[in-house]
Design a protein around this ligand. Sequence first.
Ligand SMILES: Nc1ncnc2c1ncn2[C@@H]1O[C@H](COP(=O)(O)OP(=O)(O)OP(=O)(O)O)[C@@H](O)[C@H]1O
Length: 265
Amino acid sequence: MAFKAGQNKGRTSRIVDAEGSTAIRFDNVSLRYGTGPDVLQDISFYLDPGSFHFLTGQSGAGKTSLLSLLYLARRPTQGSVQMFGRDVSSAPRDALPALRRRIGVVFQEFRLLDHLSTLDNVALPLRVAGVSEAEIQRHVPELLGWVGLSRHLHATPPTLSGGQKQRVAIARAVINRPDLLVADEPTGSVDDRTATRLMHLFMELNRLGTTVLIATHNEGLVRKFPFERLHLEGGQVSVLPPLAGWAAGDGLFAGGNPLADLEDL
Ligand SMILES: Nc1ncnc2c1ncn2[C@@H]1O[C@H](COP(=O)(O)OP(=O)(O)OP(=O)(O)O)[C@@H](O)[C@H]1O
């Protein structure tokens, strides 16, 4: 599959594996809002480059807060966050836009631009990166087809259902094949069958080298896929083993490309 257009050239200084993905390291990170209590309390963890994790925890446990540190919307109150081979928590403000372009984000509330079409929303990261219009017209409809939105290329977000908007948001997050994908409840507005198919899209992205972290309340999904869980509780984090009882390659993809039937959505 080729849902990006030549974006990996000229990148340097990362903790990388052979695929060009990134490692994540939190050291003694705390986060609080204003004068409130610590939402994250002195947490430390390391995620391998090219890994795939679920982020779990009850409502209010701090999942969105942790993701906001990863997509560089906030800095920790204490501690350091290492990504792309550097301490991003102390990176100068003018370094942040370039770092953010390497991160795909699916926001819980989608954050689509209502005045732009589906196609133009998804094309945004490519346009920012200077990808040619010809490539955009080739790649964006292809990806929107994979997520089942071929018939909605020119629709604007206010005319779409919640599940359709969610798939536009997912397409926008993955189109540029980011080094890191963080997704906040990315299957919260779709049915189980579509959720499973979207997981296949994330897994395909991961296979191509992207480090993936998916926050979810959907225990059925967590039980279905064999990924470790970064679990938040009481401001603390633990890395827990997969809930699914099968190993990657055991048969989920038997019969070919898992993305092949996404067009039927
Ligand atoms: N902007 C903010 N200002 C003040 N408090 C906040 C802010 N954002 C989150 N919080 C608080 O931080 C805590 C963690 O919230 P967060 O949204 O990170 O949890 P969550 O695990 O993502 O929850 P959910 O599963 O319901 O989305 C909550 O107590 C919440 O009220």
